[in-house]
Design a protein around this ligand. Structure first.
Ligand SMILES: [Zn+2]
Length: 317
């Protein structure tokens, strides 16, 4: 157990500037990855946000060892873990929470699982990670993780956990970005780590193949907005920190866009015809094309209906 002063030392340094520790820089050069990509922002006294590992990662300093919320992509895991080691010298990672099963969130599971770190996730996230996934809409294949890398502390519904000196409220957001989405609210820090349904630099993709759908995304906003207030720091799965006003504005935006997508669905328009209507036109030009986002939102309605009618629906791709 390290003295609190020592734990905080690294955090104070981390707040000064974005940097890669030497070991991470060497690794990045060796692997041909861009250097100077991981950046760190101190959000609260014992809370850091690390960006650049293909998804946002939150690090909570703790006397029992750092707690990670999501682990970045596998290619970045060695650099990320070396980066975090700078803030907590000599401490093993105490726990890792996977907000969902996607590779950008679980890329440190193998390394940390082998070291005996407690890995926490929703039951459905463990199930997806336990099997080979052929994601129908992307054509990508994802291999099951080795047993040691699977979450072994799982929950089916929302739960509060005490880890070290931190209280973490894990809220289950059913069928939103996937069917195993968790968000994490830290009451002492008044901070929300939102998980996969929330993005702040690109259109989030609804993974209907593993249980996400557009209505669930709206439900996720409805579930997290009451947790937050004007002073809450909101960490999306990708992109910069958000405010409560940003969260409210995004909720309004998705309601407006999905209203159009849902109307098109009721009119029996195909996903291609729905994209042609450009339901996201005028929103977030900096996020690039919304076509795939709209396609998946439209397909997610078919996915929901297919489940409801027992597997039969002619237009599902
Ligand atoms: Zn995701």
């Amino acid at each position: 157990m390290l003295p609190r002063r020592k734990i905080l030392q690294g955090l104070v340094h981390a707040g000064a500037a974005a940097f890669l520790p030497q070991s991470a820089r060497v690794f990045a050069q060796r692997e041909g990855l861009p250097t100077e990509r991981l950046s760190t922002q101190r959000l609260r006294e014992t809370v850091l946000m690390v960006r650049g590992a293909e998804a946002n990662v939150l690090v909570l300093a703790s006397q029992e060892g750092p707690i990670l919320l999501d682990g970045g992509a596998a290619a970045w895991s060695p650099a990320l873990l070396a980066h975090i080691a700078q803030f907590a010298p000599g401490q093993a990672i105490r726990a890792l929470i996977n907000t969902h099963w996607h590779p950008e969130q679980v890329g440190s599971n193998v390394a940390l699982g082998e070291r005996g770190t407690e890995i926490i996730a929703h039951d459905n996230t463990r199930l997806w990670l336990s099997t080979n996934v052929a994601q129908r809409w992307s054509g990508k294949h994802f291999s099951a993780l080795p047993k040691a890398a699977l979450p072994h502390t799982t929950l089916y519904d929302s739960a509060e956990k005490r880890i070290g000196e931190h209280t973490l409220r894990l809220a289950y957001l059913p069928e939103a970005h996937t069917d195993g989405d968790l968000c994490v609210y830290l009451p002492a820090a008044n901070l929300l780590f939102a998980g996969g349904f929330l993005s702040n630099d690109t259109w989030p993709l609804i993974d209907w193949w593993t249980g996400g759908w557009s209505g669930g995304v709206l439900n996720a906003f409805a579930a997290v907005l009451p947790l937050c207030n004007a002073a809450t720091l909101i960490v999306p799965s990708s992109g910069p920190l958000m405010t409560y006003a940003d969260l409210q504005a995004q909720s309004d935006m998705y309601h407006s866009i999905f209203d159009k997508v849902h109307t098109a669905f009721v009119q029996s328009l195909s996903p291609e015809e729905t994209v042609a209507l450009q339901p996201a036109s005028g929103y977030k030009p900096a996020w690039g094309s919304a076509d795939l986002f709209i396609t998946l939102a439209a397909q997610s309605l078919q996915g929901q209906l297919r489940g409801a009618v027992g597997g039969w629906l002619p237009r599902i791709p």
